[in-house]
Design a protein around this ligand. Structure first.
Ligand code: GLN
Length: 483
């Protein structure tokens, strides 16, 4: 039963081969069986069974929609009314949101059954899921390796078939990088395509939610529900949502795919290089043509991101002061002591590092030298992509320079850790959509590649990914522990 996709479960529910309650019970068992992966922070057994029962009733009354009764999990960054929303931080360990994020409401209104909240890096800062207050997550392909981050719990859970699909968020790669490390499909949509209302902010000009699934087809099904304008989010795009499943079977004949030769040189693991080369042949057989392009300012991506993301995080996280939300230090001597001790006792070291960098680059005297410069560099990076899209429909790039690394291998060296996002980060700064799909293996570990498209080209990305998955089987491979 575990190898089915979300689309398969849709059919089985529709034909009444299985009930929503049976499906929820099965996946709750999967969650218990694989608890050692630590992919969940909260399991919502009672709530899920009630929702599933309600879904079955709707189906019996002929009122079921396409996603009624489908089980899934939310990254623990989305506010869920009445259910703990921790963002994997001690700061929010006791936080029960008083309202739902828009995407939580949308998925619930579609009848989907939320089984729990997945583990992640604290406040979505990290690339390995080692920065969680609730402990590290293990990669289901190799328990000694990280699942990637920050949406590591979602990626591990989908890869291990603990859950058919999950939500993630991507500020600099946090959907795509863990999807690559765990061998699943992960889509980061165009900035503004999915509402950020109720999604705990890290870097507001970069954060974007998206689906994490086994297949591109499943990602399209979920994006149909997740996307759309939201008056509660001023950066949400007021453009109609197409049916993302409608063009999945379009031919790839004549589709122009850009390749940046320097991305495939030094620094890229040879197995990833080889897997992408083989995938290029498959794409050519499907009719695509490859065009060499350049992104001349790409070297600026990592330093620019760490200035902008840290600046925004230092501002966003100022709200956690021990007064309004979450953790409050005991017996403060005065107000300043309350602020200082609440923050120093409840934030982890990576979050503190980002707040300090951000405060520094925004401070008077350094603002022009760092923050303004970074904004200028961001513009150059975004323009590079626009120039490229004059010649190509999408860009094909590695998702990560290496396969999943060992737990603790990079945790003492933040710069090494930051470099694992070298291929994903610029995409967020340009606000573009991109999708990771599995494309092969390096030894026993899966590797991925990403397609990057112009704004609002999700349908095209999903079409290419789906066509590739129709003629390959990388996405069907599951780790042994799931079998
Ligand atoms: N790994 C990157 C960081 O640590 C990106 C995180 C993300 O996309 N949320 O900031």
């Amino acid at each position: 039963m575990t190898h089915y996709t979300l689309a398969d479960y849709q059919q089985q529910l529709a034909s009444k081969d299985i009930s929503s309650v049976e499906l929820a019970q099965f996946f709750l068992q999967q969650m218990a069986k694989h608890a050692h992966l630590n992919s969940f922070i909260t399991v919502c057994e009672q709530e899920a069974l009630l929702q599933a029962k309600h879904a079955d009733e709707l189906r019996a009354q002929g009122k079921a929609g396409p996603l009624t009764g489908i089980p899934f999990a939310h990254k623990d960054i989305f506010c869920t009314k009445g259910i703990k929303t921790s963002c994997a931080s001690k700061m929010l360990d006791n936080f029960i949101a008083p309202y739902n994020a828009t995407i939580v409401d949308k998925m619930a209104s579609a009848g989907m059954v939320m089984l729990g909240k997945t583990n992640m890096d604290e406040f979505a800062m990290g690339s390995s899921n080692e920065n969680s207050f609730y402990g590290k997550v293990h990669n289901p392909w190799d328990l000694n390796c990280v699942p990637g981050g920050s949406s590591g719990g979602s990626a591990a859970a989908v890869a291990a078939r603990i859950i058919p699909a999950a939500t993630g968020t991507d500020t600099g790669g946090s959907i795509r990088q863990p999807a690559a490390f765990c061998g699943i499909t992960g889509l980061k949509p165009t900035y503004g395509r999915i509402s950020r209302y109720g999604m705990i902010a890290f870097a507001s000009s970069l954060d974007q939610a998206g689906p994490m699934t086994q297949t591109a087809f499943d990602a399209a099904i979920l994006l149909n529900v997740m996307a759309g304008f939201d008056p509660k989010d001023s950066t949400s795009l007021d453009t109609p949502v197409p049916d993302y499943t409608a063009n999945l079977n379009d031919s790839l004949k004549g589709v122009r795919i850009g390749i940046i030769p320097s991305f495939f040189g030094q620094g890229l693991h040879p197995d990833i290089n080889e897997a992408i080369n083989k995938s290029k042949t498959v794409l050519e057989q499907l009719g695509a043509v490859f065009v060499e392009i350049d992104l001349p300012h790409h070297d600026l991506a990592i330093p620019t991101y760490y200035v902008i993301a840290s600046a925004e995080c230092s501002s966003n996280l100022a709200r956690y002061d021990g007064v309004r939300y979450g953790y409050r230090a005991k017996n403060p001597e005065n107000l300043l002591d309350l602020y200082q001790r609440s923050r120093s006792e409840a934030f982890g070291s990576e979050v503190k590092r980002r707040i300090m960098i951000g405060t520094y680059v925004l401070s008077s005297g350094y603002y022009d030298a760092y923050y303004i410069k970074a904004q200028q560099a961001r513009r150059l990076l975004a323009e590079d992509y626009q120039n490229a899209f004059k010649y190509v429909d999408v860009i094909l790039s590695p998702t990560t320079p290496d396969p999943a690394f060992k737990i603790a291998e990079k945790s003492d060296d933040p710069v090494k850790m930051y470099l694992s996002d070298i291929y994903t980060i610029a995409v967020n700064m340009a606000g573009l959509p991109a999708i990771n799909i599995p494309c092969g293996f390096s030894g026993h570990l899966p590797v991925g590649m990403q397609f990057i498209g112009n704004h609002l080209s999700e349908s095209k990305l999903l079409n290419i990914a789906h066509q590739f998955q129709q003629v390959t089987s990388h996405h069907q491979k599951a780790p042994e522990i799931s079998l």
